[in-house]
Design a protein around this ligand. Structure first.
Ligand SMILES: Cc1cc2nc3c(=O)[nH]c(=O)nc-3n(C[C@H](O)[C@H](O)[C@H](O)COP(=O)(O)OP(=O)(O)OC[C@H]3O[C@@H](n4cnc5c(N)ncnc54)[C@H](O)[C@@H]3O)c2cc1C
Length: 517
């Protein structure tokens, strides 16, 4: 590239997947588009990378499963993306009456799932409650999902689209723990349901503040099924396909370009950035589209900063020479192919929340693990290795502030010890080794996520999720992408009303807003 032209229809700040979706839609509509990404790679939190030196495995280093990306975006942009179903939805190792066992939930719940519930609870009522709850949620998902790609609906209009308004109202108004408890009785089973309200979200499931309810809802409604699928080739394949679509439509995608300021005028913007070699540059545009987090945008616009978000997850990437055997005797190839819940019973979630809210790293950290390579071996090539991703709950950024590395190491020691309690051989014995002989385990606290991805506070959604509707009557009919200036449009996970997670919905909404003007 010889250097960008002086004026564009739109300059997109940040080449995360949402910025790329906005760029692809706009470029396909004939707009001239420049995307500026500060990192050396595009994709933001949706990337694949080789994490361990000498180990030829490309991990989904941050986000790893896809549910909320609408088929419509895949079709509109002709994305070459393959999302694979996992045979197992989840497996929860447990000890009851001194004996090791596990609760298996298949994706298509069949006799093995029913038998597993029976073995855990001693009857059939809990499985019936589970099926009733998730049946109701499936209906809600079918009704809500199509609205995500429409302009925002007002409260009454949205409710009018829903067949199960009672469940919708319950999720909006009651503590998530109460909604779950109305359907499920067992501590372990309740916990499995509750975790969807706590992914990247530090919330008290007993509070009626809607925080956990919103997070729960987004985890259940993707594409009208709520199914979480494995991106073939890793998460980088998803962002890569969107980048390819944007480039093919004529968008210019520049990496190593850190935007330093956005100047606004009534008829457009000037975007200033610095190249990797320190060269300061600027371009005029009709609009700036922010694919960066709202807190980043506030700085670029020199606007009054909103309250700072705080992430709450522990992320651990691992490569294994072999899958560990389980003390339950269950097949690890089956158990690890779904979401493997560890110490996520409802009572354990409560205890961890209480400790974290009091400023302590939880003694027992609820977390989940999943193995990408069991569903999609392409990311490990022909090495025969396996990947393992661990996502911990209730580990807010503040806990790491005083001693970042020491607290992270302590958190890792705890989760490894907790997992080992269910394994017939220590996890560390199963890890592959990198070129220097070190075990392939890399951990990231919210502070690490912030440092590498510019996600303020390390919050995986850039901030707490919003209900997918107009918050004010005046917002109804809009795309929910407004910022402090009409020439600056939000596209990111946290900047848009429905943009959270790997969905492209933020970028989609930004583009629809601009193209519909
Ligand atoms: C550890 C982790 C696990 C997750 N797991 C999942 C999962 O399994 N499934 C799921 O759906 N979601 C998951 N998420 C959430 C999901 O990845 C994010 O919500 C989503 O990727 C956000 O996309 P985005 O494009 O809006 O923003 P981002 O991915 O944050 O992209 C913003 C981009 O802007 C760039 N940028 C910032 N400032 C500037 C600047 N000044 N100049 C130029 N560029 C700038 C950043 O470098 C970045 O590339 C996870 C996130 C994390 C961190």
């Amino acid at each position: 590239m010889t250097g960008p032209a002086a004026r564009y229809d739109a300059v997109v700040v940040g080449g995360g997947h949402n910025g790329l979706v906005a760029a692809a839609y706009l470029a396909r509509a004939g707009w001239s588009v420049l995307v500026l990404e500060r990192r050396p790679v595009l994709g933001g939190a949706a990337i694949s990378q080789q994490v361990f030196e000498g180990v030829d495995v490309r991990l989904s280093a941050y986000s790893y499963l896809v549910s909320l990306l609408p088929d419509r975006i895949v079709t509109d942009l002709d994305l070459s993306v393959t999302l694979l179903d996992r045979a197992v939805a989840s497996y929860t190792p447990l000890v009851r009456d001194g004996a090791h066992g596990g609760l298996l939930i298949e994706r298509e719940e069949g006799p093995a799932t029913a038998a597993s519930f029976h073995a855990l609870t001693g009857g059939d009522a809990e499985f019936a409650g589970w099926q009733r709850f998730y049946g109701r949620l499936a209906t809600l998902a079918e009704d809500l999902a199509p609205t995500l790609t429409e302009p925002l609906l007002g409260e009454a209009e949205l409710a009018g689209r829903l067949r199960d308004r009672e469940l919708w109202q319950d999720l909006r108004e009651r503590p998530l723990a109460d909604v779950v408890a109305a359907h499920l009785s067992d501590d372990v089973v309740r916990g499995i349901a509750l975790t969807d309200g706590l992914i990247g979200t530090f919330a008290d499931v007993h509070a009626a503040d809607g925080l956990a309810g919103r997070c729960f809802l987004y985890h259940l409604i993707g594409n009208g099924t709520g199914r979480w699928r494995v991106p073939a080739g890793g998460m980088g394949a998803v962002s890569g396909a969107i980048a390819t679509a944007a480039r093919a439509a004529g968008a210019e995608l520049v990496t190593g370009a850190t935007v330093t300021a956005i100047e606004t005028r009534a008829d457009g913007v000037t975007v200033h950035w610095t190249d990797d070699d320190g060269t300061a540059r600027a371009a005029d545009a009709g609009f700036a589209v922010s694919g960066a987090a709202p807190a980043v945008l506030d700085e670029l616009l020199d606007a009054a900063p909103a309250p700072r978000p705080s992430g709450s997850q522990l992320k651990v990437n691992m490569v294994l020479a072999r899958l560990p055997r389980l003390r339950s005797g269950d097949d690890p190839h089956r158990a690890f192919s779904g979401t493997f819940h560890v110490d996520e019973a409802a009572s354990q979630i409560d205890a961890a929340y209480a400790q974290a809210a009091a400023g302590r790293l939880p003694d027992v950290i609820p977390f989940e693990v999943y193995c990408h390579s069991l569903t999609d071996p392409t990311i490990v090539g022909g090495t025969g290795l396996h990947t393992l991703t661990l996502f911990g709950l209730h580990t807010p950024a503040e806990l790491f502030s005083a001693y970042p590395a020491g607290t992270r190491d302590e958190a890792v020691a705890r989760v490894v010890g907790q997992l080992d309690a269910y394994l017939a051989e220590p996890l560390l014995d199963c890890l592959a080794r990198d070129a220097d002989g070190r075990p392939c385990l890399q951990a990231a606290s919210p502070l690490d996520v912030e440092a590498s991805l510019a996600m303020p506070g390390g919050h995986i959604f850039h901030g707490d999720l919003s209900w997918p509707l107009a918050a004010e009557p005046t917002e109804a009919g809009s795309w929910g992408v407004a910022t402090v200036h009409p020439r600056v449009v939000a596209a990111s996970s946290g900047g848009t009303v429905r943009g959270g997670a790997v969905s492209g919905l933020g970028g989609f909404a930004a583009a629809q807003h601009l193209l519909g003007r």
